[in-house]
Design a protein around this ligand. Structure first.
Ligand SMILES: [Zn+2]
Length: 288
């Protein structure tokens, strides 16, 4: 297939704004990893030399072949530093490649469309570098165990660590409510029809938020006592085992902890920036 440049890449050139400018064919260059010759062009007006690669999204990437592999490795429980060792790139370049996916993922996310008759909502807890800085991840899953949305929220430390955390790291915002609201809005906009039921645990802030974004949709909450009852049965008599009512979302939580390394419990690989955890989750979401 012959390539015709759509415009001149030089923003100061007239051919940049007008389509169908005149370009001269100006030889080739060779890409070793693809074993491919790439045509070069020259603009007749500004004499700028460019190629068909100039208009590609992965322009100036030296290791084109690792982009797909990189995402697969990231969503199969590898850390960025681990991947850099495996593919033979420096940590800085691998990290920059990870950040490069941000714009791509944001665009892919806007194209997503879902179908769901049942939604399950829950929160997964992880931390930002230390357990004194906990993070919460709001998850929305459909009945087919597909992850529809994941939003990272900052939260204050709880229990024994609360006072120490406040003393050492100061006040932490609680963004859980706001992020739940964002997640529900995003899911509502991507659903082709409203769900028939929403299920969750007994978090008291959920009913108000569900009613706000899914007005008229039935919702059911499973409280702790019901869960405990089931859990004790699980240990005592296996044959009496009851199906976990929130299985889809709990299964997804367990799967994410396995497939996203920084979400694992008792790990060296921790989140250093919450926005990167969000990007990592979004990468999982668009490629699942
Ligand atoms: Zn030009």
């Amino acid at each position: 297939m012959s390539f015709t440049p759509p415009k001149c890449p030089n923003i100061k050139c007239q051919n940049n704004s007008i389509a169908g400018g005149q370009f001269i064919k100006k030889g080739h260059f060779y890409i070793k990893c693809r074993n491919q010759y790439i045509r070069k062009f020259q603009c007749r007006l500004c004499r700028k030399i460019f190629s068909s690669r100039t208009f590609k999204i992965d322009y100036r990437h030296k290791k084109l072949q690792v982009n797909v592999l990189f995402v697969k490795m990231l969503t199969e429980g590898n850390s960025i530093r681990g991947i850099s060792r495996m593919i033979g790139m420096t940590y800085k370049n691998t990290y920059n490649k990870f950040l490069w996916f941000k714009a791509l993922v944001a665009e892919e996310k806007t194209k997503l469309q879902y179908e769901a008759t049942k939604l399950q909502v829950d929160e997964l807890e992880t931390f930002h570098h230390t357990k004194c800085k906990p993070l919460s991840v709001v998850l929305v899953v459909n009945e087919k165990h597909r992850l529809l949305e994941a939003k990272v929220a900052e939260m204050p430390a709880k229990g024994k660590l609360a006072a120490f955390s406040r003393k050492k790291y100061g006040f932490r915002k609680d963004e859980r409510r706001e992020k739940l609201s964002e997640a529900l809005k995003s899911v509502r906009d991507k659903l082709s029809y409203p769900p028939s039921i929403i299920e969750s645990d007994a978090n008291p802030s959920y009913p108000g938020q569900f009613a706000r974004y899914f007005f008229g949709v039935k919702f059911r909450q499973y409280n702790q006592s019901k869960k405990e009852k089931r859990r004790s049965r699980l240990h005592e008599n296996l044959h009496k085992k009851e199906f976990d009512p929130l299985f889809a979302v709990n299964h997804k939580c367990a799967l994410l902890r396995r497939r996203i390394n920084r979400l694992a419990r008792r790990t060296w690989c921790t989140t250093k920036k919450p926005e990167n955890l969000q990007l990592h989750l979004d990468l999982f979401l668009v490629t699942q």
